[in-house]
Design a binder for this molecule. Structure first.
Ligand SMILES: [Zn+2]
Length: 100
C-alpha cells in the first residue's frame, strides 16, 4: 500500500481544516496554527492542498481566512458569477468564480 500514507495525510488535512474553521471565530490563533500544519503536511508528503482548502488561504499574505470572520465576501457586480473576497489581514481583494 504505497498510497496509504498519503491517504492518511489527506484525511489529516481535512480534519485540521474543519477544526480550523470551527476555531476561526473563538480562537483565531489556533486556527492559524492548524492552517500552518495543513501546509506542513502538504510539503512533507508532497501532496497538493485540496482546492476547497487552498481557497481559504489569502493569495497575498497566505493567512488562513474564513468567510465572514476573517474576510469579507461580496457578490460580484452584474451577471458575473463571481464573488470578491477581501482579506481582513492585508486587505487584499481577490475574485473567485462560482460554479454551479
Ligand atoms: Zn491577506
Amino acid at each position: 500500500m504505497k498510497n496509504s500514507k498519503k491517504e492518511i495525510a489527506r484525511k489529516r488535512m481535512e480534519i485540521l481544516f474543519n477544526n480550523a474553521l470551527l476555531n476561526a471565530r473563538n480562537n483565531p490563533e489556533l486556527a492559524q496554527k492548524q492552517a500552518l500544519l495543513i501546509k506542513g503536511i502538504s510539503m512533507k508528503f508532497k501532496i497538493a492542498i485540496p482546492p476547497e482548502i487552498r481557497s481559504s488561504f489569502c493569495k497575498k499574505c497566505k493567512k488562513f481566512i474564513v468567510p465572514n470572520i476573517s474576510s469579507r465576501v461580496r457578490l460580484g457586480q452584474g451577471n458575473s458569477k463571481s464573488i470578491s473576497i477581501t482579506c481582513s489581514f492585508c486587505n487584499h481583494v481577490y475574485r473567485k468564480i462560482i460554479k454551479n
